[in-house]
Design a protein around this ligand. Structure first.
Ligand code: OOG
Ligand code: NI
Length: 466
């Protein structure tokens, strides 16, 4: 078979992300309402803020804005995780980063499946935050055994999805028809099923251990539990939600509002209570389950290890001074504390750049191209910047933040479910389950930065810049 007839994995991901959004809008109508609010807000920002709109046009981000979203799923076994990795690979998504959620009392560890090259991210930035249940943290042996038996019996992939994954792997791609079928079949894994696979009593036992365990174990598959569009002004969304009949979580996770956004700010609306049917019930006798919600994010610059260290220090300082978990009752105080502590974090792109706090992409300027000469020997990239031959823009942070993710989990599990796990972070176990190593996200940003510098040196005909 010729590779010419294969559909580009970036294209499969784009279409899959769209199909997933359509399905979720139907399943959770409030997500549709949230999408409308995001579209209205982004439009307002683009109309009133020329600097942002110019910036998004310059970097091409304006084209991915509408498509921008991430989702999240939770799987139960190493086998499910390994097969999910193969399914996402068909769409050009690789596991990036390792997140340990146990310090926040959530018995999972996670990665994010996403595209890794800047060109692929540009065509579709769709990511899926994927968590694996840590069965080793369930202390009750009998319950652990029950979980194993239930999970052993389920198959979360359709036979056709599995066949198409194999076809992709052996042929190196899928043609147009197979790609279309693959999207339909893959979607089934993420669909909501209102009939549980356990009895009411079993559900209660799982739920009593941890609400998340019931969500992972009691259903036919790892239903998508939220989808998240990207907004240009998350504070405006947080304030606008109640007017649309949406209840936001108490605080926005991540850094405070800034002139130069960094990393990721997130908020969500609380999970909905949904009717489910247990195996020992029928449609007239039903139970309830709370799991699915909507989230919104605002993304900013990716930070270098030095920048990230400063971020973690300031965030921890603000939280330590608050002295308790951020909640409705201390939300205002938390915002003030964040703002106070983050005054230490430089808030101009020039400082973020010169102090090595964030990653940047470099572009040759018109002037640089016009004055290109083979005899010019710059001593550093700072020279070229000072002479106006190259320019830079921050690289968007494509990943997640463990403290924020924990806050999102918690707000949707209810505040009554704080558990304490003594087990430690176990990236090795996670990678064994996954069947591969996760990519270090910082390396990807450094690679993108380096590639852009090399491109500048080629275009400007100067020796390779570092
Ligand atoms: C995942 C929560 C984390 C995020 O955006 O940080 C997350 C989950 O609830 O399964 O999605
Ligand atoms: Ni999320």
């Amino acid at each position: 078979m010729s590779t010419l007839s294969f559909v580009d994995p970036d294209e499969i991901r784009t279409q899959f992300s769209r199909a997933m959004s359509e399905m979720y809008k139907e399943e959770v109508p409030l997500y549709g309402t949230l999408m409308e609010l995001v579209a209205e807000t982004n439009k307002k920002v683009l109309e009133s803020n020329k600097a942002i709109s110019d910036y998004l046009k310059r970097t091409g981000e304006i084209e991915r804005l509408e498509m921008e979203r991430h989702g999240a799923i939770r799987v139960g076994t190493p086998e499910e995780l390994a097969t999910i990795a193969r399914l996402f690979a068909v769409m050009g998504m690789q596991p990036v980063g390792y997140y340990d959620l146990t310090p926040a009392g959530v018995p999972v560890h996670s990665t994010a499946f996403r595209a890794v090259h800047e060109d692929s991210l540009q065509s579709s930035p769709f990511r899926v935050f994927t968590s694996l249940l840590r069965l080793d943290l369930i202390e009750n042996e009998e319950l652990r055994r029950l979980v194993e038996i239930i999970l052993d019996e389920r198959q979360i992939f359709t036979p056709n999805a599995l066949a198409l994954i194999e076809k992709f792997e052996s042929n190196g791609g899928l043609d147009a028809k197979d790609a279309r079928d693959f999207i339909d079949e893959a979607l089934e894994t993420f669909r909501w099923h209102h009939d549980a696979t356990v009895s009411a009593k079993e559900y209660q036992r799982l739920h009593d251990q941890h609400r998340l365990i019931a969500d992972i174990v009691a259903f036919k598959g790892p239903h998508i539990n939220h989808l998240t569009p990207r907004t240009l002004d998350i504070d405006m969304i947080q304030d606008g939600m109640p007017q649309k009949g949406i209840t936001p979580k108490a605080v926005i996770e991540g850094p405070p509002r800034r002139a130069c956004p960094i990393l990721l700010r997130q908020t969500s609306f609380k999970a909905l209570q949904e009717t489910i049917v247990f195996t020992d019930q029928n449609n007239s006798a039903t139970g309830n389950h709370t799991a699915r919600f909507g989230e919104i994010e605002q993304r900013g610059a990716a930070l270098t290890p030095k920048g990230r260290k400063l971020y973690d220090t300031l965030l921890n300082a603000a939280r330590a001074e608050l002295g308790e978990f951020p909640s409705e009752s201390n939300a205002e105080k938390y915002t003030q504390l964040l703002e106070k502590h983050f005054k230490e974090f430089p808030d101009t792109y020039a400082e973020l750049h010169d102090k090595g706090l964030a990653y940047f992409r470099y572009f040759p300027t018109q002037q640089g191209i016009a004055s290109r000469s083979n005899s010019y020997r710059p001593s550093s990239r700072q020279d070229l910047i000072a002479q106006g031959r190259i320019q830079y823009e921050p690289i968007v942070y494509e990943d997640f933040l463990p403290v924020s993710a924990a806050g999102i989990f918690q707000s949707n599990l209810g505040d009554d479910s704080q558990a304490h796990y003594s087990g430690n972070s176990n990236q090795d176990d996670f990678e064994k389950a996954l069947g591969q190593k996760v990519t270090n996200e910082l390396k990807l940003y450094a690679d993108t930065q380096r590639r852009s510098l090399l491109e500048c040196s080629t275009i400007l005909a100067v020796p390779p810049l570092v």
